[in-house]
Design a protein around this ligand. Structure first.
Ligand code: GLC
Length: 420
């Protein structure tokens, strides 16, 4: 053996035994807005601190598209991806493919809201650690509500009436591209969130209740979906039937909508230097079905998990520790207005000053409605896709809500079989 390679071998052995092993890691991440560049900047710091290298495998922002791809990769035992950025609803479906993080995180779990940790715990296994939580807002144009002397709407009908009046007024004044309301109407997970909010806030339940009962086929739910159908081509563009978060934000942030339903990430971007509505908008809780009824926000959020096929599990766990830690969550809150999952950060003065939305949003996220991913376990994605299809059909004019929800109930019962 040549001296050079002997020395190199000895160095590797020494580094390995000292724990200073540098790995080439990869993380898959589908981000919205400037999330990817932001993640890169945090990873650069992680690389400097640990000597590891981390490559981002970029994915589309659409949660359903990511899920489809990840499920295939994981089923095939893909060793190329070490760390997955995961949606809050995926834990029960992907639990088997991720490492149990309980031991590695036992000292820091208590910093986070217990409900968030619970949502990522499946049969006692902690399958992912949170990066941020999510609960949507009604974004509204302060300047336009003032101009038309309208209050911030409290009910969906009030929202639609105000949206129509201002949209028509602005169009008559020359802004032909103005709309009243933009939301996420594409056939994907985002529509499940929107429709759950319309239904829950109208007394129509939450699709499948926490005890597993299928409750979706009821008149309040049908009326809520029919009401939303009435928005298409009156206050919302027909194109909204293909919108995800980013398309809605595009219309809103160029100044072409009075209202928007979106997650907190759109707050920092809306106040960014290139935004046409910087300083002209604010946020409120989503409207409710009736005056005095409670509004409902779907609970969202993103986490990070380590693949059980990773060849560098220890270094991958270090990366999860880094990205879920208070410093990184704080930086994320300030730069991207993402809601932290660490309780103490809601009292952080720098966060409060930079992104006032965040401290105001604590009660909204604490009372947010979970999608039925816990009761339906490994079948959640099918449940959700049947639900969003029934809603999308109704919004597109293929059948009434009552017809489509009755059909949906039968399909869900068949999918449930003996038990979820
Ligand atoms: C947001 C939420 C996520 C949800 C998705 C739907 O990213 O955080 O939980 O599934 O929107 O589009």
């Amino acid at each position: 053996m040549k001296l050079g390679s002997f020395l190199a071998g000895a160095l590797v052995t020494a580094l390995l035994s000292s724990g200073a092993y540098a790995a080439n890691l990869s993380i898959v991440s589908g981000d919205t807005g400037n999330g990817r560049e932001f993640l890169r900047s945090q990873l650069d710091r992680f690389e400097k601190e640990t000597g590891n290298k981390v490559q981002i495998v970029a994915m589309p922002a659409n949660s359903s598209d990511q899920f489809g791809q990840y499920r295939l990769w994981l089923a095939a035992g893909n060793t190329d991806i070490d760390v997955y950025r995961t949606d809050v609803i995926w834990a029960p479906q992907l639990a088997e493919q991720f490492l149990d993080l309980t031991d590695a995180f036992k000292d820091v779990i208590g910093q986070h809201f217990p409900s968030v940790i619970e949502s990522q715990t499946v049969d006692g296994k902690l399958v992912a650690m949170p990066m941020y939580t999510d609960a949507p807002a009604l974004y509204y144009r302060k300047d336009l509500l003032e101009k038309y002397k309208k209050p911030v709407p409290k009910t969906w009908d009030e929202m639609a009436a105000t949206a129509k009046e201002i949209q028509d007024g602005e169009r008559a004044a020359g802004n032909k591209g103005m709309f009243g309301y933009v939301f996420q109407g594409n056939a994907y997970e985002g529509l499940t969130c929107n429709a759950l909010e319309w239904i829950k806030s109208s007394g129509g339940g939450q699709i499948i209740e926490t005890d597993g009962t299928i409750s979706i086929n009821n008149p309040d739910a049908a009326a809520a979906v029919d009401r939303a159908k009435g928005w298409i081509d009156t206050i919302s563009p027909r194109g909204a039937l293909a919108y995800t978060e980013e398309e809605s934000r595009g219309v809103w942030q160029t100044g072409n909508s009075v209202f928007m339903r979106n997650w907190p990430y759109a707050y920092a971007l809306g106040n960014g230097p290139d935004s046409a509505i910087k300083g002209k908008f604010d946020v409120a809780p989503l409207p409710a079905g009736k005056e005095g009824a409670s509004s409902a926000a779907a609970l969202g959020g993103w986490n990070i998990a380590v693949s059980k096929y990773s060849k560098s599990p220890e270094e991958a766990i270090k990366l999860v520790k880094f990205l879920s830690a208070p410093e990184q969550q704080k930086e994320r809150a300030i730069a991207l207005s993402n809601l932290p999952t660490i309780k103490a950060l809601y009292d952080d003065k720098e966060i409060i000053a930079a992104q006032p939305l965040i401290s105001n949003w604590k009660p909204v996220f604490e009372t947010a409605v979970p999608r039925p991913s816990a009761p339906t376990k490994v079948k959640y994605n099918e449940v959700s896709s049947m639900f969003w299809s029934a809603v999308h059909d109704t919004l597109s004019g293929n059948g009434t809500a009552a017809e489509n929800l009755e059909l949906l109930e039968a399909k869900l019962a068949e999918l449930q079989g003996g038990s979820w």
